[in-house]
Design a protein around this ligand. Sequence first.
Ligand SMILES: [Fe+2]
Length: 174
Amino acid sequence: MKLDWSHTVLNINNKERILDFYTNILDFKVSDRGLLAENGPEIIFISQNPKEHHQLAFVVDRDEVGSHSSLNHLSFRVDSFDELKEAKLKLDSINHDYLPLCHGNALSFYFNDPENNGLEIFFDTPWDIDQPQAVAWDPELDEKNALKWVEKTFKNEPSFVIREESNKEFVNRK
Ligand SMILES: [Fe+2]
């Protein structure tokens, strides 16, 4: 299993100050934003790399998400579904809890390290879709059936497209 570092998600308090700094001083673009659940919290994704939907993301209202740490999660990409399965088997082998979530553009496992730092391991699907999105998926599915399920679950969303056809240039999303 080879883990490619993809992105980090931080819990923040002052989104105006943070966005001003990362977009105006460090030249990031807001690649997507939205509510994680019906009543929030808000998540704001930023990137400079067209190959990464987000290199950093911020979950707003650090106090409300109940975290005293700024770290929400570190995220790693694997290049194959088999490696995602390998990660699952390793976690299963030590009875370690994880949450299988699908963002439409990725199949993920979320879990914590032994000191409760959030981690994500994900495999890219062939599709892009506006974020945030999160639907629980069945980690027992094989690759073919998992991808079939992803397509069926997200294909009615207007922003759901084959990755190569999506617009790679990020414009700042307000
Ligand atoms: Fe993530």
